[in-house]
Design a protein around this ligand. Structure first.
Ligand code: C2O
Ligand code: CU
Length: 569
């Protein structure tokens, strides 16, 4: 394959994504960051220079499995040491779906799968340090297939969805980790490809930030189409908090891809997109060509306090500045969860194009999601443990057997007590902090049941989009209430479950996932809502550590690895 070389300078920069001038994290002066594009089998190299004066950084390549390069997953405390201010780090990885195989000496022999072309699809990258994703550090990563796609189109468009706050990510992080707790609140605006519109007239004049309703950076994003043609629209969400619903006025969308895997085509009027998910939809410009049309974005799952985000579907040769003549249709009601569940269940793998899951699993993990308190601080916990990342990255700590780097007692496979009442706030809200690892047997098949519960607020349970690093999983099923280990697995979809890297966990429900632990490394599995991960909503998986290759020293300049490897520069 080809090598795609990129040189990135990362820094804060003044920008007005929703007309309000704030500091965003830009890449080479751009926000959102540049699109990275490669073909299956190619190598991507990103030489990243951290020019931010006071912050560390890492970049995660969301959905890319990093087979053979687990140190380049871009997760601080997990795969690597964060890149200090002024430092340069080189990410290098192959975009190919492969099964790692090993020779008798333990060396990595990568075997391509027959369906290797299927990693082709829609991905993205984003900051994974603190709340830097919220500060604007993200962009598209598109992998083109080596062969043909199972659908056709005349042109391609791509958007990343996001929710946006005017308060800096740093200030948000301070609030989240304070007692009393300061919640980030609902977003000021919703952004489509980095553009939204905040109502400047609501800003008080003594604000140090300026709001300029006609700033060119907050003109709506324009999707340009020719009448009669069909387009593949790639949609991904890096939202910090919001579940989103996307629609295009007057146009149906046919969903054909999710998270880099093909789906049986499903026609929808609007699409729920959870943070961490990506989709491709086909749209045909078959409406009156005299008009332009709105693409609209609304909040779901939380009482919306944020105006609709808007982009323009521009039919050539109409001017892009010509606004649609009628307002966009509404999204489904924010709390119509039945709608969202039905939609999620409709998304199944395209027959004959995707691997089917093994019939059985070797191990079942049941993860209770709860909101908790630790010493008065508000946290999220899994099986009553809130994840606090250690200073030494797990990958090097495990591979080089560094003592005292993390808690070697494994966290519990199943929550206790088993009769925990998920419909009320926890009777004892106190959880514990931890950084233990679920060590998975190499090549074993693992089931994860995510079990949702009531938060600390009565009659409240939230949507959590769970994302797995280093693997794709099959979504075997969704259910309401408490997962029943005797009955519910009988209803699993083992015929055409979608392969994904992100799955929604609905309020008071469960979601069942299955994956093969076939990628040597240490991998995060966490809620993709940025504030939730920051408050401990994640776990660590590890497998095949003895098969991990030599870890570059450049990723080990911190914590206990620093003492071990950096003594003689
Ligand atoms: Cu897109 Cu760990 O995240
Ligand atoms: Cu969450």
């Amino acid at each position: 394959g080809k090598v795609h070389y990129h040189k990135w300078k990362i820094n804060y920069q003044s920008w007005a994504p929703d007309c309000m001038q704030v500091q965003v994290i830009s890449i080479n002066g751009k926000y959102p960051g540049p699109t990275v594009r490669a073909q299956v089998g190619d190598t991507i190299v990103v030489e990243l220079e951290n020019q931010m004066p006071t912050e560390n950084v890492v970049v995660h390549w969301h959905g890319i499995r990093q087979i053979g390069t687990p140190w380049n997953d871009g997760t601080p405390s997990m795969s690597q040491c964060a890149i200090n201010s002024g430092e340069t780090y080189i990410y290098r990885f192959v975009v190919e779906k492969v099964i790692p195989m090993f020779d008798k000496y333990g060396g990595l022999v990568v075997r391509r799968l027959d369906w290797s072309a299927l990693i082709a699809g829609t991905y993205f990258y984003h900051g994974h340090y603190g709340l830097q994703r919220s500060a604007g550090l993200y962009g598209s990563l598109i992998v083109d297939p080596a062969g043909k796609e199972p659908f056709s189109y005349d042109g391609e468009l791509s958007i990343i969805l996001n929710d946006w706050w005017h308060k800096s990510a740093y200030e948000q992080a301070i609030g989240l980790s304070s007692n009393p707790f300061v919640w980030v609140g609902e977003p000021h605006s919703l952004l489509i490809e980095g553009r939204g519109k905040f109502n400047c007239t609501t800003v008080s004049t003594d604000s140090s930030n300026t709001c300029n309703a006609t700033h060119s950076q907050c003109l709506p994003h324009v999707l340009i189409v020719k009448p009669g043609k069909t387009y593949r629209l790639r949609i991904a969400s890096v939202a910090s908090l919001s579940a989103l619903n996307f629609l295009i006025q007057g146009h149906k969308m046919t969903v054909v891809e999710a998270d880099g895997h093909y789906l049986e085509p499903v026609e929808v009027d609007n699409l729920d997109v959870y943070s961490g998910e990506s989709y491709s939809v086909l749209i045909t410009a078959n409406q009156d060509p005299a008009n332009n049309y709105w693409a609209a974005l609304n909040v779901r799952g939380r009482l919306p306090k944020t105006p609709t985000g808007l982009a323009i579907l521009n039919y050539l040769p109409n001017p892009s500045a010509e606004l649609p003549t009628s307002p966009p249709p509404a999204s489904p009601l924010w709390n119509d969860f039945a709608y969202s569940k039905a939609l999620a269940k409709k998304l199944v793998a395209l027959k004959g194009h995707e691997e089917v899951p093994p019939r059985q699993s070797h191990r079942q993990l049941v993860f209770l999601n709860t909101q908790n308190k630790i010493n008065g601080f508000l946290k999220w916990a899994i099986n009553n443990i809130s994840l606090v990342l250690p200073p030494t990255p797990y990958l090097a700590a495990m591979k080089y057997k560094i003592r005292n780097a993390y808690d070697t007692t494994p966290p519990p496979d199943v929550y206790a007590p088993r009769n925990y009442n998920i419909t009320v706030p926890p009777p004892n809200p106190n959880a514990t902090e931890g950084n233990g690892v679920y060590v998975l047997r190499m090549n074993s098949v693992v089931d994860v049941i995510l079990q949702n519960a009531n938060t600390l607020t009565p009659n409240n349970s939230e949507i959590h989009p769970w994302h797995l690093h280093g693997h794709d999983f099959w979504i075997l099923g969704y259910g309401d209430g408490v997962f029943d280990p005797a009955k519910d697995p009988k209803k699993y979809n083992l015929v055409n479950p979608p392969l994904r890297n992100t799955a929604a966990l609905f309020p008071y429900g469960w979601t069942a996932l299955r994956f093969k632990a076939d990628n040597p490394g240490v991998w995060a599995f966490h809620c993709h809502l940025e504030a939730h991960l920051f408050m401990g909503m994640g776990v660590m998986f590890a497998e095949g550590i003895e098969r991990v290759g030599r870890i570059p020293r450049s990723s080990m300049g911190c914590g206990l690895t620093r003492n071990k490897f950096m003594r003689h520069p």
